[in-house]
Design a protein around this ligand. Structure first.
Ligand SMILES: Cc1cc2nc3c(=O)[nH]c(=O)nc-3n(C[C@H](O)[C@H](O)[C@H](O)COP(=O)(O)OP(=O)(O)OC[C@H]3O[C@@H](n4cnc5c(N)ncnc54)[C@H](O)[C@@H]3O)c2cc1C
Length: 417
């Protein structure tokens, strides 16, 4: 069913009884050309681009829970392309362009809102680093502006500009950055993939991997065995566990990241504001809730909930940056499991097992990556060649040390990226 103004009018006048389900609920077949493990943003986007760009249809996405129930539905929805390092830079640039055409491409309202992101800086040294980053972004063809303190004040007058510890010296503004509705992105890709013949199979956990003579043959699942010529692992925070089914030990640690939302308020924050020194960022959702978060919980865990110490830290940072937030009430908080890589950059690669592909290591930034990751991973699976915008994310860089992309310069410590 295609969404259009005419369809909306027709359904509105006929009691909204004619809407069809967004996707089928098929039973798994015994065999597929391609099996994708994980129905999060990256798995669904991969299925969509395999079908759309490469004309492949005999594909199943196997999801152990429900579509969009993982991190794709738990993140704080920030979309940006302010990366600097070769490898990351062209990839996120490509991703932002795909975001800009996504609603038309998917014929689905993902509520993409390019409200701009301001990343604050607090010293002369940080300004120099910000100018360097902004120049790198502009030279790549993306947009970036350096704002003075007065210009930041015009955009965000509610900030605490003269804090003794972190006075605001200015910020980088990327106007094309913003937010999108996270679960709508999963639904849009799911619907697009289903329309092109992909089987989306929910409540189907992969529990084993069938490998013979160094080649993948299929998977064992809670809904029975499924044969496959190619198998793609796209399970974000659970990547280490799923790869272990194939006997692989990944350079990934799983850490918790929390997020918070306040009661609905009148519009007050018109951008995404990032306060790196306080490990804090905030935006306001279209419903009016202040959506904010901070750093990882620092210890590795598979529990999708967070600890109180980090909650306190995030609230302190919020009060330091914008004391007016003290009047708002927090409505709820939650956590997600982050697949942290040693250099903070992802992995999109083949494995040493023929026919087995890996996509993981998205850390806390994989939402904005969803379109380019699906695009590039589909290209790799379909052609066995890396897509030019996703060619740097090799697994063996953690063995050889060549091609590491430590964007934050924090060294090989998963929880610091
Ligand atoms: C609080 C929070 C805030 C964030 N904020 C941002 C942000 O502002 N911007 C940004 O870019 N990124 C952000 N992220 C990161 C982003 O959400 C993730 O990097 C990204 O969603 C991960 O990829 P995914 O969507 O494919 O993961 P998921 O949605 O987690 O998908 C993986 C799927 O695999 C399934 N699975 C696991 N094991 C199996 C199995 N054995 N068999 C079958 N299925 C299995 C899981 O059930 C899950 O549905 C944030 C994350 C969190 C938690």
């Amino acid at each position: 069913m295609k969404f259009s103004g005419f369809e909306l009018l027709k359904q509105g006048l006929t009691g909204n009884t004619g809407w069809a389900p967004h996707w089928r609920r098929p039973k798994p077949k015994g065999a597929y050309d391609i099996v994708i493990i994980g129905g999060g943003g990256h798995g669904l986007a991969t299925a969509y681009y395999l079908a759309k760009n490469h004309g492949l249809q005999n594909i199943a996405v196997l999801e152990k829970g429900y579509l969009g129930g993982g991190n794709i539905g738990r993140n704080t929805t920030i979309v940006r392309s302010n990366y600097m390092m070769p490898g990351n830079s062209e990839f996120y640039s490509h991703s932002l362009k795909l975001w800009e055409g996504m609603e038309q491409d998917l014929n689905f309202n993902t509520m993409m809102s390019q409200r701009g992101q301001i990343v604050l800086f607090h010293s002369d040294g940080q300004r120099d680093a910000a100018v360097r980053r902004a120049n790198a972004m502009i030279n790549r063809g993306d947009d970036a502006e350096i704002l003075t303190t007065a210009e930041v004040r015009k955009h965000a007058p509610y900030l605490n500009f003269d804090s003794a510890r972190f006075p605001i010296y200015g910020g980088i503004l990327q106007r094309r950055a913003g937010t999108a509705r996270h679960d709508a992105v999963a639904w849009g890709y799911a619907r697009g993939a289903d329309l092109r013949g992909v089987d989306l199979i929910q409540n189907c956990e992969v529990t084993g991997m069938d490998i013979e003579n160094g080649r993948v043959q299929g998977v064992q699942t809670t809904q029975g065995p499924i044969k496959a010529k190619k198998v793609a692992m796209v399970t974000a925070g659970r990547s280490s566990q799923v790869a272990a089914l194939a006997g692989m030990r990944l350079p990934i640690e799983s850490h918790i990241l929390q997020a918070f939302v306040s009661e609905g308020l009148k519009p007050v924050i018109h951008h995404v504001i990032s306060f790196g020194m306080g490990h804090f960022y905030i935006s306001q959702s279209d419903k009016g809730g202040l959506v904010f978060g901070g750093n990882l919980d620092y210890y590795a865990s598979y529990a999708a909930r967070g600890n109180l110490a980090m909650k306190e830290h995030v609230m302190e940072a919020a009060m330091a940056l914008m004391p007016i937030i003290g009047q708002a009430k927090v409505l709820r908080s939650w956590g997600g499991i982050m697949d942290m890589s040693p250099d903070g950059s992802p992995i999109i690669d083949k494995t040493h097992i023929e026919g087995l592909y890996l996509n993981c290591g998205w850390c806390y930034g994989g939402f904005k990556a969803v379109p380019a990751s699906g695009y590039g991973f589909a290209h790799l699976i379909a052609t066995d060649n890396h897509h030019p915008t996703a060619s740097g994310f090799r697994l063996d860089r953690f063995r050889t040390g060549y091609g590491l992309m430590d964007e934050e310069g924090t060294g090989s410590q998963h929880n610091l990226h």
